[in-house]
Design a protein around this ligand. Structure first.
Ligand SMILES: [Zn+2]
Length: 316
């Protein structure tokens, strides 16, 4: 019996709709940014650099191939972070997701079709090691595996996975089917780090948690639980971003802060952090975390990465 598919039926349709609806075919571009100098070009077009062959997609670095739906930035400590868009096509989050916003505020955006967003994961390469932040949609339309392959990154080479929270569009990509059709680890050599508060809430208190329980059981031999304020391997700080879920976590590494699901409508919430999305489980706490972390990022001039920021997944 196929357990993973058996539990799919129990997943909230609204979560799936959030992750998968409003998709349109898009021709994306891949961009590569190094040390603050950004180049952008359609995939499969040679730019800058010394490549002579037009067939060879390159932004001037053999280690940073251009791949559709990705963008790589070098951080202040020499590490790199690659945005990997996990959803196919374009994603717009609808006005109905932001009940807190007045009509006059929403209409001032001039985005009647919805607010540009994404489902994204981020891959940090630091000290020669790969850390994946969240694993995306997996069987629900995730592009992570194909984009890792296009980037030349073997899933078995990913040593660490840090989770912002346990919603379906962030952890389903931890699972693949093996040759026998059974659930298997998508990242068999990875240690998985999750917040203890988040883990305890999903294992004990939150209903409709079959998917979460099954995935955590799959990784039980490689699961590590952290507390807010802990410094995780390779100097990554786990920060309290509670509200969206009970243990929602942001991560800071050098001048990068990965904010998880702090914002579902960046164009609206960057200037109005008091506006929640209807996915936020505790709206007052979510608004407080959003205000605090946005201010912290501005005060410290951090590059922001978010799992639902519009392409290319980063904001200054
Ligand atoms: Zn999400």
């Amino acid at each position: 019996m196929n357990k993973f598919f058996a539990i799919l039926g129990t997943i909230s349709l609204s979560m799936l709709a959030a992750a998968c609806s409003d998709t349109k075919t898009a021709k994306e571009t891949a961009t590569t940014e190094t040390a603050g100098v950004e180049t952008a070009a359609p995939a499969n077009t040679a730019v800058a650099g010394s490549e002579k062959s037009a067939d060879n997609a390159s932004a001037g670095s053999a280690t940073a191939p251009q791949v559709e739906g990705t963008k790589t930035i070098t951080l202040s400590n020499g590490a790199s972070v690659t945005w990997i868009q996990d959803n196919a096509g374009n994603k717009l989050n609808p006005r109905s997701l932001f009940s807190d916003a007045s009509d006059s505020l929403y209409n001032s955006l001039n985005m009647p079709d919805g607010i540009p967003a994404s489902v994204s994961t981020f891959l940090v390469k630091v000290d020669g090691k790969y850390i994946l932040f969240d694993a995306g949609l997996g069987a629900f339309g995730g592009q992570l595996m194909s984009r890792l392959a296009a980037l030349g990154v073997n899933p078995d080479s990913i040593g660490l996975i840090y989770l912002t929270h346990f919603h379906v569009d962030h952890i389903s990509g931890l699972v693949v089917k093996n040759d026998a059709g059974n659930d298997a680890k998508a990242f068999k050599n990875a240690a998985v780090y999750a917040g203890k508060v988040e883990y305890d809430a999903w294992m004990n208190d939150i209903p409709k948690n079959d998917l979460q329980k099954n995935i955590m059981a799959l990784y039980k031999d490689s699961l590590h639980l952290f507390a807010f304020g802990d410094t995780l391997p390779h100097g990554v700080l786990a920060m309290d971003a509670v509200g969206h879920t009970p243990g929602h976590t942001a991560f800071q590494v050098a001048n990068l802060i990965i904010v998880g699901d702090l914002m579902h409508g960046y164009a609206l919430q960057k200037d109005h952090p008091e506006v929640n999305s209807n996915y936020d489980m505790d709206k007052p706490k979510s608004a407080e975390s959003r205000k605090r972390i946005l201010q912290y990022a501005r005060d410290n001039k951090l590059l922001m990465a978010g799992m639902h920021l519009p392409p290319p997944g980063f904001a200054e």
